[in-house]
Design a protein around this ligand. Structure first.
Ligand SMILES: Cc1cc2nc3c(=O)[nH]c(=O)nc-3n(C[C@H](O)[C@H](O)[C@H](O)COP(=O)(O)OP(=O)(O)OC[C@H]3O[C@@H](n4cnc5c(N)ncnc54)[C@H](O)[C@@H]3O)c2cc1C
Length: 268
């Protein structure tokens, strides 16, 4: 993993703090926070850029979509995608879809993820899967690094697990016993989004205003789709990457350095 140092100068952090194998911005890690986080791009539309480029040309050329797709080359497709989406006609990139497996995240994260409606989801069910070991839960690093907080957290989770198991032993079905499970419960989810929705998702969820776990997942998803379809995801990332300014107005965190964030996302 490459070294990426401070993205903005925050005087309260020493250079040592920044010079680690993680990506930081707004003093929050965007990579490395979630232990054992696995985001995998499982499947995606093959020749996604050719397909979206052909879709864009279908509106202006007399040939059939299949003929256009047969003839279009990668360079033309990239140029057309850039031009047409530049007009704001983003529906042409809806033809490309991407499916991810997101493993070992908390239910906090997936609750935020599923708020994005133009997507398909399948999530591990608490009606069928039992939550009875320490590994079943996710510990935020702010808690893990503070001994007293970690002790309280672990003891509470242990108590919850014990109560949960007692309920199961009493014959309470999993679907009811789960009512006492915490937001920290780990889960796996599979999500499919098209390129247009993904770009919108990245605008919101790669932003420093988004909760760290969701942001870490979003940044990982972005890195992976950029590798397979760079033209579809050019300038993707938090809104400021494309806009050149932060649209959050007075909600913009004062330390957030738009210039540095743009640089980071363009180099992902
Ligand atoms: C930093 C941050 C803080 C947040 N805080 C809160 C919070 O405190 N409480 C809370 O409840 N939520 C919160 N959210 C969630 C947020 O309100 C959205 O529900 C979530 O981000 C999904 O975004 P969306 O609705 O734009 O997009 P999606 O559901 O991904 O939809 C994409 C786009 O499709 C269009 N669209 C989809 N459905 C409709 C529809 N029914 N009608 C018209 N247009 C539609 C819209 O243009 C929309 O932007 C927060 C999100 C962020 C990023």
């Amino acid at each position: 993993m490459k070294y990426v140092c401070a993205l903005y100068s925050c005087k309260s952090f020493s250079p040592k703090f920044f010079c680690t194998k993680q990506i930081y911005f707004f003093h929050v890690r965007v990579e490395g926070e979630v232990e054992n986080l696995k985001v995998k791009l499982l499947r995606y539309t093959s020749d996604a850029e050719l397909l979206c480029g052909a879709a864009a040309l279908t509106s202006t050329q007399s040939g059939s979509p299949s003929e256009i797709l047969e003839k279009i080359d990668s360079k033309t497709a990239k140029r057309i995608i850039k031009r047409v989406t530049g007009y704001g006609h983003a529906s042409v990139i809806e033809h490309a879809s991407f499916t991810f497996s997101i493993e070992g995240v908390s239910r906090v994260m997936t609750h935020q993820l599923v708020r994005h409606r133009i997507a398909s989801y399948t999530q591990q069910s608490q009606r069928y899967v039992t939550y009875d070991t320490v590994e079943s839960y996710m510990t935020p690093s702010s808690i893990a690094k503070t001994a007293e907080a970690k002790k309280i957290f672990d003891e509470t989770l242990e108590e919850i697990s014990e109560t949960y198991k007692k309920l199961l032993r009493l014959g309470i079905p999993k679907e009811d016993a789960r009512f006492i499970l915490p937001n920290a419960a780990k889960t796996n989810i599979i999500v499919t989004m098209n390129a247009r929705e993904l770009r919108h998702f990245f605008n919101l969820r790669c932003c420093t205003r988004t909760q760290w776990e969701t942001r870490e997942v979003a940044v990982e998803m972005l890195k992976q789709v950029k590798k397979v379809a760079p033209a579809l995801f050019e300038n993707a990332g938090p809104s400021c990457v494309k806009l050149g300014y932060c649209p959050e107005g007075r909600m913009k965190p004062p330390q957030c350095n738009v210039k540095e964030i743009r640089k980071l996302f363009r180099s992902l």
